[in-house]
Design a protein around this ligand. Structure first.
Ligand code: ZN
Length: 147
């Protein structure tokens, strides 16, 4: 795998950390207790078969992911590995360009073109086998891409 990629004007930030949960109400209660605040946003993401609850924490967020269907990838994750940290999301600029760069560098992508995720963002996942076991999501607010 080619690890030499060009430098980008703005480095990615940790946009959010995705946590797979099997009981959304219980997870919201736990995170409300430890953060001292209620979720900022709750949304059904039909395309991914998940209900999402977001806790904004400074510049980043905790994203609770609750599967709405047994064939959701999050349901399969919980079945295999139990509840817990599911993915790390990097907020990037120019997601389409980033994806084609990663593809040509040989990084295995779960999505070569972004889909619409929660919060009006365009998202794509990198396969964990390309990131030493970490499922990484890239996202960018819709409409901001320089594609
Ligand atoms: Zn996410």
């Amino acid at each position: 795998m080619n690890t030499h990629v060009s430098n980008h004007p703005s480095s990615p930030k940790v946009d959010h950390i995705g946590v797979a949960v099997s009981d959304l109400d219980a997870a919201i209660a736990a995170w409300t207790l430890i953060t001292g605040k209620s979720p900022d946003h709750i949304e059904l993401v039909e395309s991914q078969k998940v209900k999402v609850a977001m806790f904004q924490l400074g510049e980043t967020r905790i994203e609770l992911l609750w599967p709405t269907s047994p064939d959701s990838t999050v349901a399969k994750f919980i079945e295999k590995r139990g509840e817990g940290i599911h993915h790390l999301c990097l907020g990037v600029t120019g997601i389409d360009g980033r994806l084609s760069e990663l593809k040509s560098a040989g990084v295995p992508l779960l999505h070569e073109t972004p889909f619409m995720g929660a919060h009006e963002t365009r998202c794509a996942f990198i396969h964990p086998k390309g990131v030493r076991g970490v499922l990484v999501e890239l996202n960018e607010p819709a409409g901001e891409s320089a594609a």
